[in-house]
Every structure is written in structure tokens, then in C-alpha cells.
Write a protein that binds this ligand. Structure first.
Ligand code: HEM
Length: 180
């Protein structure tokens, strides 16, 4: 494991901000496509490949995270806040992997084609089973709420570090060692 003192490495920073945009987009695309018949076909076609892209990027990110130790949290951070930070980060990793896998599994169990774009289909990862489809469909919605709540908490904590504590935690993800 290598350490890039005080900052996340470039791969971690690029993936963090790229995935922040993708995940927020996916949450809003997901909610809009189940609410609007007009936008549904176009948004569902966007939702599937974007979700699979998130799965692939999350795997790269997890690999990078396990190889490069992140900068330590400030020593004077209350223990409960440090514990909450670590827990929420691993929940986010879990959800970045679970959301797309559940989406893929749910369409498989429903017997739907898992189309990425015209002519490119992913194989089903579960057998056709209507009861399983229903359970996974509910799980996909429930996990989306948990993901949204965790993202809101994460963003609130980041802004608390940036504006209230001013302890460099936000900058560790925003800037590289040589940046001003
Ligand atoms: C990070 C990845 C993902 C996020 C954040 C996400 C988020 C969402 C959200 C918020 C909804 C609306 C849920 C509701 O209101 O009930 C939804 C629905 C849906 N998602 Fe995903 N999703 C992701 C990945 C995927 C993937 C990879 C697939 C399939 C390959 C997929 C397939 C679907 C389908 C088909 C629906 C709508 C089902 C229906 O209308 O009955 N999702 N998703």
C-alpha cells in the first residue's frame, strides 16, 4: 500500500468527482423515469448503461482504494465522527456495487433484455423468476433511498469540514499535493 501524504491520489480524486456526478444523475434519472411515461423509454435506455458504467468504475475505485491508503483524518476529530466517516464510506462503496448489480439481477429475473445500446446485450445473471423479480424491484427502490440519504449525509459532512472545521479534509479530495 502506498501513501500520498495529505491527499487522495489522482485516480481517487478523478473517480470521486466523476462518480458523484454519475450517481446523482442516476438517482434523478431513476426517479423521473418511473414518474413520467413520456420520458420513460429514453431515460430507461440511458439508465442501464450508465448504471453498468458505475459498476465498472466502482470496481476500479475499490481496487485503487485498497492499494493506496487515504490521508488520515485530523487527529482532533471526535471519535464518533471518525467512525461515522469510515462507516459511511464503506456503505457508499457497498451501494455503488449493489445498486447496479441489483438492477442487472432484477431485469434478469424479470426475463427482460439487458440492453446497453443497440445490438449490445448483457447476459442474464439470474434465472427467470417472477417472485424474485418483485423482491429485487423493491430492493432496488429501497437501496436508492438509502443511497440518497447516505449521499446527503456525506455531502453535509464534507461541507462541515470545508466551512466550519476548515481542517483540510475537503481539500484532500479536491486538490493534489502541488495544487494551490
Ligand atoms: C448506481 C446505479 C443505479 C442507481 C443509483 C439506480 C437508481 C434507480 C432509481 C432511483 C430508480 C427508481 C426507483 C423507484 O422510484 O422505484 C431506479 C429504477 C430502475 N432501475 Fe436503476 N439504478 C442503478 C442501476 C441500474 C442498473 C445497472 C439497471 C439495469 C441494468 C437498472 C435498472 C432499473 C430499472 C429497469 C428501473 C425501473 C423499473 C420500473 O420502472 O419498474 N438500474 N433505479
Amino acid at each position: 500500500m502506498s501513501r500520498d501524504a495529505g491527499h487522495f491520489n489522482l485516480t481517487a480524486r478523478v473517480l470521486h468527482w466523476l462518480m458523484a456526478v454519475l450517481i446523482l444523475t442516476m438517482l434523478f434519472v431513476g426517479v423521473t423515469m418511473v414518474a413520467s411515461l413520456h420520458w420513460r423509454p429514453m431515460l430507461v435506455d440511458l439508465h442501464r448503461p450508465l448504471g453498468i458504467a458505475i459498476l465498472l468504475l466502482a470496481l476500479v475505485r475499490l481496487f485503487n482504494r485498497l492499494r493506496h491508503r487515504p490521508p488520515p483524518l485530523p487527529a482532533d476529530l471526535p471519535a464518533w465522527q471518525a467512525a461515522a466517516a469510515h462507516a459511511s464510506h464503506w456503505v457508499l462503496y457497498g451501494l455503488m456495487l449493489a445498486m447496479p448489480l441489483v438492477g442487472w439481477a432484477m431485469l434478469s429475473a424479470g426475463g427482460y433484455p439487458i440492453q446497453m445500446w443497440k445490438g449490445v446485450l448483457l447476459p442474464p445473471i439470474l434465472p427467470h423468476d417472477v417472485a424474485l423479480y418483485a423482491a429485487l424491484r423493491s430492493a432496488h427502490s429501497l437501496l436508492a433511498y438509502v443511497l440518497f440519504a447516505t449521499v446527503v449525509l456525506h455531502l453535509s459532512a464534507a461541507l462541515f469540514h470545508l466551512w466550519v472545521r476548515r481542517d483540510g479534509v475537503f481539500q484532500a479530495m479536491a486538490k493534489g499535493p502541488g495544487d494551490r
